[in-house]
Design a protein around this ligand. Structure first.
Ligand code: PGA
Length: 260
């Protein structure tokens, strides 16, 4: 899965143009690969661009996602947007717990878990972001922090017949938007710890939950992450705003064939 996090960029009009650009870049390659079953490509624009981007993606195998969701469906919650609203807008995915929301807006692990549960309850796949700060990494607390963020999510989602509807994005805070990605082996080590926790929570079903890496992913470095055994995709910020760069990340899947 390769997901684009546009963050606070693009209006409906400019977002639709970007989405069309991405479709033009990615579609021929996806076609050769057998379509969306081979690689899920997800665009997550701001709320106000969802409808326009949904229209731009209509008929293509690319999927739509939002960048946040509230845990209640309806009611007196000024400013919030709910899972049923996102489903009606054409979303199949929603990012929850991005570090910018955790750190700038004070979102707690519990709030993130409630959002993930609400999303999954409506058939949306929450892409739950976890990751340590530089100070936490330097203090040797990376796994403790990441697994602590994951715990309420693992406890609040249940595996039914298959894996729970969720993807996890490991995004070290110090790598986001800095041009300083993690090393592939370091990202793999954390992804493996995440995988172990998912398997502990959900048994075999936990093994098939997608674990993504995010943080300064570019066409040049994407394959280093995608070839790691416990990394199944990427969450892309800055590079997703340029159709050619984002398509370059998607096509990096080609450079991981047969490698472990
Ligand atoms: P970046 O952002 O690719 O610009 O580092 C990633 C993210 O925040 O999801």
């Amino acid at each position: 899965m390769i997901a684009a996090n546009w963050k606070l960029h693009h209006t409906a009009e400019t977002g639709a143009a970007l989405a069309r650009g991405v479709v033009d870049e990615v579609l021929p390659w996806l076609g050769e690969r057998g379509g969306a079953e081979a690689v899920r490509v997800v665009l997550c624009p701001p709320f106000t661009a969802l409808h326009a981007v949904a229209a731009a993606l209509a008929g293509s195998p690319l999927d739509l996602g939002a960048q946040d969701v509230f845990w209640e469906d309806w009611g007196a919650y000024t400013g919030e947007v709910s899972a049923p609203m996102l489903v009606a807008a054409g979303c199949r995915y929603v990012i929850v717990g991005h570090s910018e929301r955790r750190h700038l807006l004070g979102e707690t692990d519990e709030a993130v878990a409630r959002k993930a549960r609400a999303a999954a309850g409506h058939g949306l796949v929450p892409i739950v972001c976890v990751g340590e700060t530089l100070a936490q990494r330097e203090a040797g607390r990376t796994e403790q922090v990441v697994l602590g963020q994951l715990a309420p999510v693992a406890e609040s989602l249940v595996a039914g017949g298959g894996p729970p509807l969720v993807a996890i994005a490991y995004e070290p805070v110090w790598a986001i938007g800095t041009g300083r990605p993690a090393r592939g082996a370091d990202a793999q080590a954390v992804a493996a710890a995440i995988r172990d926790r998912l398997v502990a929570a959900w048994g075999d079903a936990g093994a098939s939950v997608p674990v993504l890496y995010g943080g300064s992913v570019k066409p040049e470095n994407a394959a280093e992450f995608l070839r790691q055994p416990d990394i199944d995709g990427a969450l892309v910020g800055g590079a997703s705003l340029d159709p050619a760069a984002f398509a370059g990340v998607v096509r990096a899947v080609d450079d991981t064939e047969g490698e472990a």
